[in-house]
Design a protein around this ligand. Structure first.
Ligand code: CP
Ligand code: NVA
Length: 318
C-alpha cells in the first residue's frame, strides 16, 4: 500500500487486493455473527457527499455500524465547505475528530487536497476521475462467479468514465485482460490508460481501448457498462445519447459475442433502454444485485484494511 489514502486503486499492491477480497468474503459469510463486530469500536468516520448516492451512502453507513464504529454522513452544503471554508482547513479539522474520511466529490483534485491536509485515511467515494470502491465490489463479484480473476477477459462497453478508469487499475493489479470499447471522443484519459498499462506490465494483466464493442465483448467472461451520462454531465445528455446509442448499448446480440457463461455487471444506477437493455439488465447473466450487495462487504474490508493496525487486521484474515 502506498500512503494512507485510497483515491484511485493504484495505491494498492496486488498483495493488498489479495488480502482485502478474502476478508470481504469472510465478513460476508459471517455477517450477523460476532465476527468483526467490534473492529471499529470507538472509531468515527465522516462521509461527505457533494453528489447524490444510494449505494455508497448506505453501504458505508451500514458497514461502519456493523463494525461497531460511528458514521457521520454529511452533504457538503451542511459543512462550512459549502460556504467557502477551504478543503485544507476542513481536512485538518476533521482529522482532529474522526479516524477516517470518505468523500464523494465533483473534482478529483479536491479529494487530493483533502487527503493531503488530513492525517487520517481518505477514501474516494467517487470523483469525476475514479470510483475505486466500486471496483472492489466488482472484483469480489467476478471472483464469486468465476472462481478466479487472473486470466479472465473483462469487456467494458460505453463511456470511458470514472468507473472504467478504476477498472483499468483493478484489472492491471489482478491479471485480468481488460478491453474497453468507447466511442470516439469518450475514451478514458490517456494518462490513466498509460498508468494502467504500466501497472499491467508489472503485474500480469492487460488493458486495451478499442472502438468496436463486438471486438471487446468477443470471448469475454464479463461484460460491464455504466451510464452514458455521469453525475454533473446532465447538460450533455442528448449529445451523449446520440454518440452511444445504438452501437454502444449492451443488448442481447452483444452479450452473445461473449462467452456463453459470461456475466453482466453494472455499478448502478442504470438506465434501461439507454446503456443496457432491460432483457440483459434483468436477465439470467446479470449479477447486478450481487454486485450492489458486495459494496457492503468490500467496504467493510477496506475500512478495516485502512483503519486498523496490522495485528488487528491480520485477525480478520481467513
Ligand atoms: N454505484 C454507486 O456508487 O452508486 P451510488 O451513486 O448510489 O452510491
Ligand atoms: N459514472 C457514474 C457512476 C455512478 C455510480 C457517475 O459518475 O455518475
Amino acid at each position: 500500500m502506498k500512503g494512507k489514502d485510497f483515491l484511485t486503486l493504484s495505491e494498492l499492491e496486488p498483495n493488498d487486493l489479495a488480502s482485502i477480497l478474502p476478508v470481504a468474503a469472510r465478513l460476508k459469510k459471517e455477517r450477523g455473527k460476532r465476527f468483526g463486530s467490534t473492529a471499529l469500536s470507538g472509531k468515527s468516520v465522516a462521509l461527505i457527499f457533494e453528489k447524490p448516492s444510494t449505494r455508497t451512502r448506505v453501504s458505508f453507513q451500514v458497514a461502519i455500524s456493523e463494525l461497531g464504529g460511528h458514521a457521520i454522513s454529511l452533504s457538503s452544503n451542511e459543512l462550512q465547505l459549502g460556504r467557502g471554508e477551504t478543503v485544507e482547513d476542513t481536512g485538518h479539522v476533521l482529522s482532529r475528530y474522526v479516524h477516517g474520511i470518505m468523500a464523494r466529490v465533483n473534482r478529483h483534485a479536491d479529494l487530493q487536497r483533502l487527503a493531503a491536509s488530513s492525517s487520517v485515511p481518505v477514501i474516494n467515494g467517487l470523483s469525476d476521475l475514479y470510483h475505486p470502491v466500486q471496483i472492489l465490489a466488482d472484483l469480489l463479484t467476478l471472483q464469486e462467479h468465476k472462481k478466479k480473476l487472473k486470466g479472465l477477459k473483462v469487456a467494458w462497453v460505453g463511456d470511458g468514465d470514472n468507473v472504467c478508469n478504476s477498472w483499468m487499475f483493478g484489472a492491471a493489479l489482478t491479471g485480468i485482460d481488460f478491453v474497453a470499447a468507447t466511442p470516439k471522443g469518450y475514451e478514458p484519459p490517456e494518462e490513466v490508460v498509460t498508468q494502467a498499462e504500466r501497472m499491467a506490465r508489472e503485474h500480469g494483466g492487460s488493458v486495451a481501448v478499442v472502438s468496436d464493442p463486438g471486438k471487446a465483448a468477443s470471448g469475454a467472461d464479463c461484460v460491464i457498462t455504466d451510464t452514458f451520462v455521469s453525475m454533473g454531465l446532465e447538460e450533455e445528455k442528448q449529445k451523449r445519447i446520440a454518440a452511444f446509442i445504438p452501437e454502444y448499448q449492451v443488448n442481447k446480440p452483444l452479450m452473445a459475442r461473449a462467452k456463453k457463461d459470461a456475466i453482466f455487471q453494472h455499478c448502478l444506477p442504470a438506465h434501461r433502454g439507454e446503456e443496457v437493455t432491460a432483457d440483459v439488465m434483468d436477465g439470467p447473466q446479470s449479477v447486478i444485485f450481487d454486485e450492489a450487495e458486495n459494496r457492503l462487504h468490500t467496504t467493510k474490508a477496506l475500512l478495516c484494511f485502512l483503519m486498523l493496525g496490522r495485528r488487528d487486521y491480520a485477525a480478520l484474515t481467513p
